[in-house]
Design a protein around this ligand. Structure first.
Ligand SMILES: *[C@@H]1O[C@H](CO)[C@@H](O)[C@H](O)[C@H]1NC(C)=O
Ligand SMILES: *[C@@H]1O[C@H](CO)[C@@H](O)[C@H](O)[C@H]1NC(C)=O
Ligand SMILES: *[C@@H]1O[C@H](CO)[C@@H](O)[C@H](O)[C@H]1NC(C)=O
Ligand SMILES: *[C@@H]1O[C@H](CO)[C@@H](O)[C@H](O)[C@H]1NC(C)=O
Ligand SMILES: *[C@@H]1O[C@H](CO)[C@@H](O)[C@H](O)[C@H]1NC(C)=O
Ligand SMILES: *[C@@H]1O[C@H](CO)[C@@H](O)[C@H](O)[C@H]1NC(C)=O
Length: 356
């Protein structure tokens, strides 16, 4: 079976690369490429696996591009300002722009790339999100990611309890908010996935996974169709949860149903010895809880699937020292089984899977 290179960002000054060999069930640290401060979120170019984007989640935020070389060693080619404080997410769009969202300052940018997608045209306007009408310290927009939906970009704002629908103004070329898909008050929408015209949102503050339709009319409201609390049962006293990541995999040959995988973080004073759980849900015909899989990891922020039919999941903790773990989807996608780990670097927060 083929091996994979896994790139892993984190709150360090490097991006790590690992070799994952499924046949040997081994995960081996290969490189630690320098990046500047806190490359906490990394993202692959959609069509060119030699190109990687990363944030510098710093007070003066930055977007970086890297050429991916042998064994996942990275060469920094260009940087662009994120225009704000604390970018926790960046993602390339099909337009050639790279979206970068500043969690700390409530704004973001859509930075165009040039003919060579490693090069930025750093002249894009800063998009400011509305300050929510809440008492301090909750009177702040907290945009947490950006996801394309047709010609729109959807942005969950954890501070405003809504998912904004943006599209480009035809004359100015500037992204503008055209509508919004509201989450329950105080829920804190963090990350989203879309299947057909359904939006699934993981909420950090109330630990819910919700489903709502994305109406064709951008100004139409959208009620919550389904809502589940993803917190694992019987957590130890002193636990405090803050749900983080959501991934959705459509049905394929080997995995004959669509599944959602949602991670929770126990950020409390007492950890469960089994670590944090990933909650698995069937998507169709209706959202349905399947099981919690305990990972032995503390505070999973980012996790990613890769391999044939997205068979493997890589995840790590933001806290603790459990390192990076790879799991395999089993039971047709309804379960996860541990495959390999590397404890060389104690924590990681975001991943990209590459074919060798
Ligand atoms: C990009 O930013 C990093 C971190 O600040 C810096 O070390 C590097 O020299 C910059 N690269 C370029 C091409 O300017
Ligand atoms: C990927 O991007 C690199 C850097 O711009 C370029 O040298 C290479 O030719 C590209 N590969 C493909 C397949 O487009
Ligand atoms: C960069 O963007 C600006 C503003 O849209 C545009 O005028 C300029 O031609 C672009 N530069 C390049 C090199 O594409
Ligand atoms: C939130 O309220 C505090 C206290 O009134 C104020 O200092 C701060 O500027 C406000 N923040 C924003 C983003 O408006
Ligand atoms: C703006 O562009 C969109 C997408 O190309 C198009 O559907 C829409 O009709 C345009 N609006 C105006 C006012 O030209
Ligand atoms: C779907 O996958 C499960 C688990 O591998 C299997 O038991 C079941 O028969 C499959 N169903 C269909 C319709 O292929």
């Amino acid at each position: 079976m083929a091996s994979f290179i896994i790139l892993a960002g984190g709150y360090t000054t490097f991006i790590a690369s690992y070799l994952f060999n499924p046949s040997a069930s081994s995960l081996t640290l290969l490189n630690q490429s320098p990046t500047g401060v806190n490359p906490s979120w990394i993202a692959a170019h959609p069509t060119n696996s030699s190109i990687l984007y990363a944030v510098n989640e710093d007070t003066v935020g930055q977007l970086q591009s890297f050429l991916v070389g042998q064994n996942g060693a990275l060469v920094n080619v260009a940087n662009a300002s994120s225009g704000g404080n604390g970018p926790a997410f960046a993602n390339p769009l099909s337009t050639g722009e790279v979206a970068i969202m500043n969690f700390g300052s409530g704004d973001g940018k859509f930075v165009p790339t040039l003919e060579d997608p490693l090069e930025f045209n750093d002249t894009s306007a800063l998009v400011k999100f509305p300050v929510p009408n809440k008492p301090a310290p909750d009177n702040a927009s907290r945009p947490h990611m950006a996801l394309e939906f047709g010609s729109e970009v959807l942005i969950p704002d954890l501070g405003a309890d809504t998912v904004y629908r943006l599209s480009k103004d035809n004359t100015t070329g500037v992204y503008q908010i055209k509508g919004q898909l509201d989450s329950p008050a105080g829920s804190g929408p963090r990350h989203i996935v879309i299947k057909d015209d359904m939006l699934y949102t993981i909420h950090e503050k109330d630990n819910t996974l919700t489903q709502q339709q994305i109406p064709a009319d951008v100004t139409a409201p959208s009620p919550i169709i389904a809502s589940f609390n993803i917190t694992p049962p019987n957590p130890p006293a002193g636990s405090q949860f803050a749900a983080a990541e959501i991934r959705l995999l459509p049905a394929s040959t080997q995995f004959n149903k669509s599944y959602i995988y949602a991670s929770n973080r126990n950020i409390g004073s007492v950890q469960d010895p089994q670590g944090d759980a990933i909650a698995i849900y069937e998507v169709e015909p209706e959202l349905k809880f399947v099981k919690h899989v305990f990972t032995g990891l503390q505070q999973i922020r980012g996790m990613e699937f890769g391999g044939d039919e997205k068979e493997f999941l890589v995840a790590a903790g933001f806290a603790g020292d459990a390192g990076v773990k790879v799991f395999k989807r089993t039971a047709g996608g309804a379960d996860l089984e541990f495959v390999a780990e590397s404890k060389d670097i104690p924590t990681r927060t975001s991943f990209v899977f590459l074919d060798v």
